[in-house]
Design a protein around this ligand. Sequence first.
Ligand code: PMV
Length: 337
Amino acid sequence: MAVEGNQTQVRPRSFVGTAPGKVILFGEHAVVYGQPAIAVPVTDVQARATVTPLTGTDGIWLLAADLPGFTDDSMGRRYRLDDAESDDPLRVAVELALAAFGGDTVRWHGGTEPRLLITINSTIPIARGLGSGAAVATAVVRAIAGHLGQSPSPEEVSRLVYEVEKLHHGTPSGIDNTVVAYERPVYFVRGEGVTQLHAGSPFGLIIADTGKASSTRRVVGHVRSRWKADPDRHQWLFDQIGDVARQARTAIEEGDRHAIGRLMAQNHHLLVALGVSSPDLDTLVGVALEAGATGAKMSGAGWGGNIVALVEPRVTSDVADALSDAGATRIISTTVG
Ligand code: PMV
């Protein structure tokens, strides 16, 4: 931003914000009930938002250019912010960012109202537990902040994106916006500060997609109604998952890959008992283990989406091939640490 006299003016320049995907390694669902969870960013997939000043057209326009699973139209969906529903997540992300970073008070290059095109691209599959919603919102918030000459901290970005996450999830724990905004492995407890996690030694992951979309809001709602119907059993399951996540933190910090793998298996069984896995997820977990993975579990809300497997380099391609043969629609291979 340039300052002219007493007035701050937005420079007419484009700005790009990006954000990675994420995968939850331990603690999904139980994290909503106060237990710890561990998640890592997945930089192999990314969301990207580009803010471009417009001349001659009023208002803010959104172009969802390339969101996998969001639109079949390669030309994308282009709409005016004011015409979107008031709870449209992209609209809310833009409005929150403009309010947080001074968009209401600056003098825009075209006058008093912003004239912007915000183009969104993402390689993160939607509704597969890879943090697409949080990543798109993070990219939008960063692009608008950058356009307004601000560089917000991860904490600030995470706080804004949490508000958008509420539209996707209903009662989000906050783990998605946290890991995506910090872009670091995190040990997360709802309502507490973020602990960044340092892996004692790097480890490889394979993320394999069942090809089935799943609504986090629906699965989280299902768990909530089961918990209300049988609080003792569910509290016990949440406590067990929390114990696994606490042990996993130590195993990751110590670089004990066998312990990490064993704990992933335990976590998967507890999620099966919670009723959030599916035959497809169970099949891919079994296939990964049979092909030599050190550990495997479903990841995210469940009933679809992805599994995550811990792999040593010598078995990575065997596990990836076996998962493809078993019907996984997409394989991502990544390293933590
Ligand atoms: O959005 P997903 O599929 O990664 O699920 C989020 C993880 C949950 O624990 C199920 C919900 C939450 O808000 O933490």
